[in-house]
Design a protein. Structure first.
Length: 277
């Protein structure tokens, strides 16, 4: 059984607070990586159409022997398929690649404001949800202004907004908007990218204090903030390490030291401008 506690989404669905991400994992490696994660106790798997690894992810899920109801599977709609009808077709394709009858969470990958189709796209998501083929629907990389428009023109408040979030980009405005609307905050690139963040002296010192690794400290910080978090690795030892963050707690001094690291510095694109389809 998974040792990861759930959070309750705004429609009552339970989502594990820590999951396994497969961004940049080639399809032929995804099957092994996801299988390793499932064996380590992960029950939430996050993929996307653009990652090109839905098939490998689905194979690992099928081979695991785990009951479907014990798993939480997320995938995302790519920008080129935004629009009502295109969304429905793309969702069918993702389900087929995953080999599943439903997903637990379906996300619009980017708002793509220059295309101005995310409202129509989300209305297709509402149909998918009404048909029971996604247990929850949400968005990714949406800024507060995108959320305001979306909630003003559609019927279902997104369950999740998955955004870049780490100690160097703490996303205070977005997290406040999410709290106001009852949207769960999910962090992608939760550890930053590369070693930089994990070599910051304040994080290294906290890790030494608790007898943990810097990565475990950062993931624990996310957990205590209430974020959903999806670290990625293809290294078995790190996959196991990343889920082992529920046996210690950061104290107020630790949290304050990490809070002071915010630089509002993005590693990925700015959602207000990103328009790659």
């Amino acid at each position: 059984m998974s040792k990861v506690p759930p959070i309750i989404l705004n429609n009552g669905v339970e989502m594990p607070q820590l999951g396994f991400g497969v961004w940049q994992v080639p399809d032929d490696e995804a099957e092994t990586a996801v299988a390793t994660a499932l064996q380590a106790g992960y029950r939430s798997i996050d993929t996307a159409a653009i990652y090109g690894n839905e098939k490998g992810t689905g194979k690992a899920i099928a081979a695991s022997g785990l009951p479907r109801e014990e798993l939480f599977v997320t995938t995302k709609l790519w920008n080129a398929n935004q629009g009502y009808d295109a969304t429905l077709s793309a969702f069918d394709e993702s389900l087929g690649k995953l080999g599943l009858d439903y997903v637990d969470l379906y996300l619009i990958h980017w708002p793509l404001p220059s295309k101005d189709t995310y409202v129509d796209t989300y209305k297709a998501f509402e149909k998918i949800y009404a048909d029971g083929r996604a247990k929850a629907i949400g968005v990714s990389n949406f800024l507060p202004e995108h959320l305001d428009r979306l909630t003003g023109e559609t019927s279902i408040i997104p369950a999740v907004n998955q955004i870049e979030l780490h100690p160097h980009l703490q996303q205070h405005a977005s997290r406040e908007k999410h709290a106001e609307l009852g949207i769960a905050t999910e962090a992608w690139s939760p550890l930053g990218q590369g070693k930089g963040l994990l070599e910051v002296p304040a994080i290294v010192a906290i890790a030494q204090k608790h007898g943990r690794t810097p990565a475990q400290v950062v993931l624990r910080w996310h957990v205590q903030l209430g974020n959903v978090v999806i670290p990625k690795s293809v290294t078995p030892s790190r996959i196991a390490e990343n889920i082992d963050v529920f046996g210690f707690e950061l104290d107020p001094e630790d949290l304050g030291a990490i809070s002071a690291l915010n630089e509002d510095r993005r590693l990925g694109p700015n959602p207000a401008e990103f328009d790659v389809a």
